[in-house]
Design a protein around this ligand. Structure first.
Ligand SMILES: CC/C=C\CC/C=C/CC(=O)SCCNC(=O)CCNC(=O)[C@H](O)C(C)(C)COP(=O)(O)OP(=O)(O)OC[C@H]1O[C@@H](n2cnc3c(N)ncnc32)[C@H](O)[C@@H]1OP(=O)(O)O
Length: 325
């Protein structure tokens, strides 16, 4: 397993040096690929935490490039012994008083809607819209296989990370967005009823992979997962809290500060005992995928290539396109 992960990461690192660019360096306190910005907090020499901000406009979908850059960034943090905790969040993709980055005027325009008076209205924020539908639609089986391998890699890296991972969910978080969140050790969600979270695959005519289902069952329990997976339920914050998809719901402007304060509590626990406990809780679930990775890739490639599945995805994409009206 360790060898396989190292080999995969060498491939990703090579790809990353082609794709990525070191955008800003302030000591080791800030680095960025095109789609992931990493900022570290805390004094040099002391324990620091990192904030990984997704910025893949318009909706932070998990494209192949995004997955590659994400894994490279995570590996850098895993290798930095001063970093003990990482917060996953979305760079702001919406207008308002939050930072605007990596968005062209056109993208900004797209992120807003017009009211009846023709004025631009803010659209809800997005944590991540999940897997990139365009990586799963209209491509060939070799592409689907490559994509799925990268999805598996992301999940394994996050699920087995020795770091304390927390998600600060500041927007909609369907399917793969929910995957990012539920791999974390703790989840805090903004109290905005426009934001929903859950595994909605069945609504797209597809099925969550068994390992993501296992992760969901481990998070919310078997009965709740069975119901939510069949119905493709996207939970608004209060319901997500009730069912256990998230651990806390706080006012939107407090998501970051609250996550920092919860992180401080987790970092008060000795690393070795916390890490061993995490491994004890998660290893069997991860091993279940590790022992059948190749079969899972082939299964995905042949499932997603089916005409009926491609048709469902086409219809879903059309629905997304036309909802704007
Ligand atoms: C054996 C296993 C087999 C299969 C397992 C496969 C597992 C899949 C897991 C997944 O993650 S599937 C993806 C599920 N994601 C979704 O259902 C989310 C769909 N998107 C939305 O609901 C909304 O876009 C939003 C709530 C995230 C944001 O809404 P809004 O702000 O109104 O933006 P738009 O809907 O107008 O979207 C803007 C733009 O982005 C495109 N887009 C949206 N989501 C995706 C996506 N996941 N992948 C690729 N592209 C996406 C959307 O079509 C728009 O494109 P335009 O060109 O029309 O501007």
């Amino acid at each position: 397993m360790a060898m396989a992960l190292r080999a995969a990461s060498r491939v990703l690192l090579r790809a990353g040096s082609r794709l990525g660019r070191r955008e800003a360096v302030d000591g080791a306190r800030r680095f960025a690929n095109k789609r992931v910005l990493v900022e570290t907090e805390g004094a040099a020499g002391a324990t620091r935490i990192a904030v990984m901000k997704f910025r893949n406009p318009p909706v932070n979908s998990l494209s192949l490039d995004f997955l590659t850059e994400f894994v490279i960034s995570l590996e850098k943090l895993e290798n930095d012994k001063s970093i003990r905790g990482v917060i996953l969040t979305s760079d702001s993709l919406k207008r308002g008083n939050q930072t605007k980055v990596a968005a062209t005027e056109k993208t900004e325009e797209k992120r807003a809607t017009r009211d009846h008076g023709g004025r631009l209205q803010e659209r809800p924020g997005i944590f991540s819209a999940g897997l990139d539908l365009l990586e799963m639609y209209g491509r060939n089986p070799a592409h689907y296989a490559e994509y799925w391998k990268a999805v598996q890699e992301l999940w394994l890296r996050l699920y087995l990370s020795s770091l304390t991972l927390m998600s600060a969910i500041n927007g909609a978080s369907p399917a793969g967005g929910c995957l990012l969140a539920i791999t974390c050790d703790y989840r805090i969600m903004a109290d905005n009823p426009k934001y929903t979270i859950g595994l909605n695959e069945s609504l797209l005519g597809i099925v969550a992979p068994f390992w993501l289902k296992d992760n969901y069952v481990n998070t919310i329990g078997h009965r709740a997962a069975e119901r939510a997976l069949q119905l493709g339920t996207l939970f608004p914050p209060a319901e997500a809290l009730k069912v256990g998809v998230v651990d806390e719901v706080v006012p939107e402007d407090q998501v970051h500060s609250k996550t920092l304060s919860v992180m401080a509590k987790w970092l008060a626990i000795p690393d070795h005992s916390r890490q061993l406990t995490k491994t004890m809780m998660r290893k069997a679930t991860a091993d279940n995928l590790i022992k059948q990775r190749e079969a899972d890739i082939q299964n995905f490639a042949s499932f997603i290539s089916r005409d009926s599945i491609q048709k469902s995805l086409h219809m879903y994409l059309e629905k997304l396109k036309h909802k704007k009206g």
